[in-house]
Design a protein around this ligand. Structure first.
Ligand code: ASP
Ligand code: MG
Length: 408
């Protein structure tokens, strides 16, 4: 007998029939003798619908009330799924986040889990009951409803698995695992049987939308065995996220290619090349609460240098305004930017032991005439910023160049 936490995303519970299908799958695991905790998202589109409603009433919605509102989506699906399980003759009981007591901090709309009370769930499980928990929501110490940020049900699933010391956390979604890249861009993309936790973390932070990044961080911290599977396919093994590199079945050097269009680039030209200048530029940006991703400072010539960095595209205008306000103080000649860029990254733990990955990447892009604007690297990834209009081409040629089209 194992204890399994299963999380089902919005499309998997998008209609009453799909909810019944989820109940069937849960029943199969119960039949095998396992204890099952199910975490569900709101029905697909529901969270967006609720957010749009709020904005019609209050253009900048109050965050506490926003959480009261959007948490209703998951309250619907826990009740419906519990009913569907009962229809199959199983014992089931729904819990909102505050009923479990998933305690979070008070950062409305992006709260972090600080504690989970597990004894009620444990008692239900021991009594043979399927425990159905609302994803994405919690409660702060004062009893206010909170939510965990978009896609937060993944984090609920992983956090419950950690708290209950579950044998496995299964994330059911509308794709059947983690792919070498997005199959909508590269039809030859393959499902990975395994991926290491570190690679998954890079994939999630560099643009892959399969798992919410915080859920991956959580899985890493608590060593939760995590598997991504399709809720529409009965046979698949999905993708297992492993902690040991030698557990990795495929020994490809590169595991995947991630991309995103969410960033914009800002260049501060002709700044004096002297100590403190990075702080003078990035200090005001940080004070405006803007996260900076890649940063490049050129080697100075004639006593001046250029400084380029990227921010989220939504914060492009704001960042330009912040810098224009301090331009004279910094002594910069010009401030320019580009919000039509994309970041493309190759990821793989195999990079640690193999040379030449960067040169293969740069040669491949050069052969297509794609100009690289910025480069950043870590031990297991290389990212480049390029013109957005070449993004899909870049992903396709890199996928091929690193032999990801073929079974490893
Ligand atoms: N329903 C929430 C959202 O759409 C949480 C989730 O689906 O994970 O973001
Ligand atoms: Mg989701």
């Amino acid at each position: 007998m194992a204890l399994i936490v299963q999380k089902y995303g919005g499309t998997s519970v998008g209609t009453p029939d799909r909810i019944k299908n989820v109940a069937q799958r849960v029943a199969k695991f119960k039949m095998l003798g396992h204890q099952v905790v199910v975490v569900v998202s709101a029905m697909s589109g529901e969270t967006n619908r609720l957010i749009a409603l709020a904005k019609e009433v209050q253009p900048t919605p109050d965050l506490r009330e926003m959480d009261v509102l959007v948490s209703t989506g998951e309250q619907v699906t826990i009740a419906l799924l519990s009913m569907a399980l009962m229809e199959l003759g199983l014992k089931a009981k729904s819990y909102t986040g505050s009923q479990v007591k998933i305690v979070t901090d008070s950062a409305h709309t992006k709260a972090r889990i600080v504690d989970i009370e597990e004894h009620n769930m444990r008692a239900d499980l021991d009594a043979g009951c399927v425990v159905v928990v609302a994803g994405f929501q919690g409660v702060d110490e004062k009893g206010n409803i909170t939510t965990l940020g978009r896609g937060g049900s993944d984090t609920t699933g992983v956090a419950l698995a950690a708290a209950l010391k579950a044998d496995e956390c299964q994330i059911y979604t509308d794709v059947d695992g983690v792919y070498t890249t997005d199959p909508r861009v590269v039809p030859e993309a393959r499902r990975l049987k395994t991926i290491t936790f570190e690679e998954m973390l890079e994939m999630a932070s560099l643009g892959s939308k399969v798992l919410q990044i915080r859920s991956v961080e959580f899985a890493g911290k608590y060593k939760v065995k995590l598997r991504v599977l399709s809720s529409f396919d009965d046979e698949g093994e999905g993708t297992l996220i492993t902690f040991e590199e030698n557990e990795k079945m495929e020994q490809a050097i590169i595991s995947g290619i991630a991309f995103n269009r969410d960033e914009a680039k800002i260049t501060v030209l002709g700044v004096p090349d002297r100590p403190g200048i990075a702080y003078q530029i990035l200090g005001p940006v940080a004070d405006a609460n803007v996260d900076v991703d890649m940063i490049i400072q050129n080697v100075g010539a004639d006593g001046t240098t250029d400084f380029t960095f990227t921010v989220h595209r939504n914060e492009y205008k704001k960042t330009l305004d912040v810098l224009k306000a301090v331009q004279a103080h910094i002594g910069a000649r010009e401030i320019t930017g580009d919000d039509r860029i994309a970041k493309v990254s190759v990821i793989g733990v195999g990079m640690r032991s193999h040379a030449g990955i960067a040169s293969t990447m740069f040669r491949t892009l050069a052969e297509e005439g794609i100009n690289i604007q910025m480069i950043s690297t870590s031990e297991i990834k290389i990212s480049v910023v390029i013109d957005e209009k070449y993004m899909e081409l870049a992903v396709r040629v890199l996928h091929k160049a690193f032999n990801l089209d073929q079974e490893a």
